[in-house]
Design a protein around this ligand. Structure first.
Ligand code: AMP
Length: 115
């Protein structure tokens, strides 16, 4: 899968442009979505160059995969999402489903939606 560094999340990870960072781990960064669709809308983004979830799951190292997924629990805790519940969503490619748009940023990210 061809990864193009010319995307906004690559620039945020490499601190070329600012973002509202809520948490940073060895292999991920978590930021507030600039256009939140729910009261809590966090994007959990692996630091490695992966186009989408399938690319990440297939090609990241076990350490990257585990570290990234541990970030979910840290965000849930930090944002107090456990009692009210939350949703995880990761778009890949142009597929549109009802009101959910296709992938806009071609760097793997997980939407954590709640609140
Ligand atoms: P997707 O459609 O799954 O690729 O989602 C991309 C998400 O990135 C959208 O929800 C955008 O609002 C969000 N987004 C785009 N640019 C930024 C940015 N500079 N900082 C934070 N979120 C962003």
């Amino acid at each position: 899968m061809n990864y193009d560094k010319n995307n906004v999340f690559y620039k945020i990870i490499h601190k070329e442009i600012p973002a509202d960072i809520v948490l940073e781990g060895d292999h991920y960064i978590a930021i507030k979505d600039i256009n939140p669709r729910t009261p809590v809308h966090i994007l959990l983004i692996p630091k490695g160059n992966y186009v989408d979830y399938e690319d990440f799951a297939s090609n990241a190292t076990p350490e990257e995969i585990v570290n990234f997924h541990r970030g979910i629990g840290r965000i849930v805790e930090m944002m107090n999402l456990r009692s009210g519940g939350f949703k995880l969503l990761s778009n890949a490619g142009p597929f549109v489903y009802q009101y959910i748009e296709g992938q806009q940023v071609m760097h793997m990210h997980l939407h954590i939606l709640g609140g």
